[in-house]
Design a protein around this ligand. Structure first.
Ligand code: F6P
Length: 420
């Protein structure tokens, strides 16, 4: 078997465990040096491939690679950069193949969400069209948990844990203050179109802790009157209420409550600001004192309280990606297959990228309570195992000891430049 090099890139919004997938890719490739050569990473994702700005992961010590497993965010840089259809951006796809050819890349590992699955598929199709042998494997990642086929997505379990923990802790706080001060706490969570992260807030309450919670899902159109009535009922009964609002909630006019008025390269609206909108509504209509928080990057960067399940799955998917590539698979994505809820059992499967690209998995209606403001037992059974287990990073001087890589450049081979 000829030994060919691999290209790995991180794409889209990063997570607390995307580097654990990178660790799985690099460590597994190192175990198969007789079959897979160097692993080059794209500096800032696919942009690094287009501009021939490659990072030689071979320059990193084994320990530094191992430390990626407990380091959040994207160690090589990520990007939101859209490669459009072949006709519109043929030159970009051709440039990718030109760079791959120059560096003898035979394996393309693309670690991202739905948009990246589509890009990965397109790259594999173009390579085939151009007669360039390439195994293109998509490694799932998204805190939004909205990829189809895979039971869940790496990154989600840790965000879910952060939101469940924060909602429980802040609810204890507001409960303490509610007699004379704050009665409402609002936390805004990510999840552009799908309410998986918001649902995780529901785990804050359990049979031992009857926390009054209202969850606002993107899947349920926001009805101001019903919402205010539900909040008032909780405050009258419990003295306080915690509200988890997804950034993706839309009103009856179809507009996001939290539209910041900016769009990214994929045309996605930049979101953020639903919490103050909701808090002000409550204050104006019911007069209750409030505090609000936008969890924002804190939630997806919180490696210090990552879910052990999530870390293990992220690593396993990176490892599986290399194994699939070495089996000669192309245009596939390794997936998590749930074998049972309790005890929680899972294994790795795989799906064709044509079935993954551009499909968004939203919360099924049976996971949302009939009043639209909470989660059902079925949802709890789905979420619970995903936040299970602690995997604390090592600490030094009171802080997590995250690795900073050398990120040495691979010498360029092409004379041509490419403007992005
Ligand atoms: O990748 C998904 C996500 O975390 C969304 O939940 C969020 O809306 C978005 O990324 C934020 O993206 P960015 O960091 O590019 O603003």
């Amino acid at each position: 078997m000829t030994i060919r090099n691999a290209f790995y890139a991180q794409s889209g919004g990063v997570t607390a465990v995307i580097n654990a997938s990178a660790c799985g890719v690099i460590e597994t490739a190192r175990q198969h040096r007789d079959r897979m050569g160097s692993v080059y990473a794209g500096r800032n994702g696919i942009i690094g491939a287009l501009t021939e700005d490659l990072i030689d992961t071979g320059q990193e010590f084994d320990q530094a690679v191992a430390d990626l497993r407990h380091t959040p965010a994207g160690a090589f840089g990520s990007c939101r950069y859209k490669l459009k259809g072949f006709e519109e951006s043929k030159a970009q796809y051709e440039r990718l193949i030109e760079v791959f050819k120059a560096h003898d890349i035979g394996y393309f590992f693309y670690n991202g969400g739905g948009d990246s699955a589509d890009t990965c598929l397109k790259v594999s199709q173009l390579a085939e069209k151009m007669g360039y042998p390439l195994c293109a494997i998509h490694i799932p990642k998204t805190v939004d948990n909205d990829l189809p086929i895979t039971d869940n997505c790496p990154g989600f379990g840790s965000v879910a844990k952060y939101i469940a923990v924060s909602t429980r802790e802040a609810s204890f706080d507001v409960a303490s203050m509610s007699a004379t001060s704050t009665k409402i706490f609002v936390i805004e969570v990510m999840g552009r179109h799908a309410g998986w992260i918001a649902a995780a807030g529901g785990l804050a309450a359990d049979e031992k802790r009857d926390i009054p919670l209202i969850i606002l899902f993107p899947e349920i159109t926001f009805d101001q009157e019903r919402f205010l009535a539900a909040v008032d009922e909780k405050v009258k009964r419990y003295g306080y209420c915690s509200i988890v609002v997804s950034e993706g909630v839309k009103g009856t006019d179809g507009k996001f409550l939290a539209d910041a008025g900016i769009k990214d390269a994929f045309g996605h609206t930049q979101l953020g600001g639903a919490a103050p909108v909701v808090a002000a509504l409550v204050k104006n209509a019911l007069g209750y004192r409030y505090h609000w928080a936008v969890a924002d990057y804190l939630q997806r960067a919180a490696r210090h309280i990552a879910s052990k399940t999530d870390v293990e799955q992220a690593y396993a998917l990176g490892k599986a990606a290399v194994e699939l590539a070495l089996e000669g698979r192309n245009a596939v994505m390794p997936t998590i297959v749930r074998a049972s809820d309790s005890p929680y059992q899972w294994r790795i499967g795989h799906a064709n990228l044509s079935e993954v690209a551009n499909v968004e998995k939203k919360m099924p209606r049976e996971f949302i309570s009939s009043d639209g403001f909470g989660i059902t037992d079925a949802c709890r059974a789905y979420l619970q195992p995903l936040i299970e287990g602690e995997d604390y990073p090592p600490y030094k001087d009171g802080l997590p000891d995250y690795v900073v890589l050398k990120n040495a450049s691979v010498p360029r081979k092409l004379t041509s430049q490419f403007a992005i």
